[in-house]
Design a protein around this ligand. Sequence first.
Ligand code: GAP
Length: 530
Amino acid sequence: MEKATKSKVDMDTIVSLSKRRGFVFQSSDIYGGLGSCWDYGPLGVELKNNIKRAWWKAVVQERDDMVGLDASILMHPQVWVASGHVAGFADPMVDCRECKHRFRADRLWIARAGTNEDAGYLSVYEDSPEEARAGLQKKAGKAPIEEPSLLSDYASYPLLAKAPCPSCGKTGTLTDPRMFNLMFKTSAGPVNPMDDLLFSLDALIAQGIAVDPEKLKAFRDNAKEQVERAQVYMRPETAQGIFVNFSNVLNTTRRKLPFGIAQIGKAFRNEITPGNFTFRSREFEQMEIEFFVMPGTDEDWLRRWLDVRYQWYLSLGIKEENLRLRQHMHTELAHYAKDCYDVEYLFPMGWAELEGIANRSDFDLRQHSQYSGKDLTYYDEEAGQHVLPYVIEPSGGVDRATLAFIVDAYDEEPDKDGTRVVLRFHPSLAPIKVAILPLSKKEPLTALAKEIHGVVRKSWMTQYDEVQSIGRRYRRQDEIGTPLCVTIDFQSLEDRQVTIRERDTMSQVRIPITDLVPTLSRMLGPEYQP
Ligand code: GAP
């Protein structure tokens, strides 16, 4: 399958539609917004719930080898020491002294361009090496470019002085990379140590006490200890909730390897360079699976999950030309990963990660065993020995999936009034499945329409709309992706029949009201073919 090279829609169009129709709003909008935090509106929450439901159905409900879990967001702080997040969950960050832009050094690419006499350095800020190469070549024009280097590689540090800022283009303005921990901290317990500290400082100031350096140091050390004792982290991934519950699930379900645990939940990251709408947010939701397997079968299970997860997106309507798998380069692998692939989607800003599928080896169970002192092995009855399972982790983002499904569904086509905007959602994802539209807002038509609405809404999310012309109402439903509209006209009062209008083909069928629910069910069901 030949892959597309450019998204058919730009991000501004998606952002504007999302706000206008109530999919996604900026968080705390009336206060000027909070950067990279988003609120899902009435349609967005339906779409997001449908995506989560479809995921859960595919990976838990319809599989024999999976169970679910819902772990708490706040966990024992040692979890994050064992997992490597306290020491290692940090992005290298580079600032431009001139234009004040901040970049992740592991997305900042630099390459030498040109022939010997007029060679110079060019830089781009891209997610993947292919995009980096393409972007650099575009900047270089006809001049040849060398293989790009990432500024986060130690070997590239000498290039920093030669690297132009990708934003303002000035050379020599980039700072050395600094590590920036992505975990949000908060405190647990009745006393917030920071408040306590401020209170004590206020008391000292009010009493006008001259500060004795010894006492000040003791005071500072005590405050530090208090802060550290109460400190907890907002989880940066849901995965660790699964690892620390491995024995609980094993003991209560008596599962045999291979088996997996699925979880959907919020995660928090203090991203340095958030952006691209909901793509990189500070608060987001993950749909994660930790699939425990016998060591030695891990590579085979990784391949199986790659296929399962790739097919899931296609089964819900993502166009194959906009989806691809990309294996991580060795330098990209997370500290826990033996191997990793990204399912990438062609977002308006280019190809980017939708879901990561990693072989985490036995890293996490080994670490938690060591730090907790608890035995997290599995007893292999056949071999008569304890083993530490390997883990395959398909980890997707609900917000990224929601964005990808909106982008992929977006379509425009000319019609007699100008342009028809349609979100061609798969019926199982569409926020509203059926719209009930009486031709006029007059009685007794509306009474019949409301009666029908009362019946249909028991099975599906519906909208009742009697405002403006029927043509406008169809367009409103097309724009939010409603697959079916039911129109009730004056003839319906006589013959007890209604019209079903289909979103994609705009074809219409007239059916008896008594057949309405089974017909809608058939049209929205798995055999539904627009
Ligand atoms: N447990 C593994 C893990 O968390 P990850 O690649 O860092 O791996 C998994 O995250 C998925 O979570 C990503 O593929 C993406 O869909 C989503 N994700 C990660 N960071 C995100 C962010 N800042 N905003 C929105 N989604 C994010």
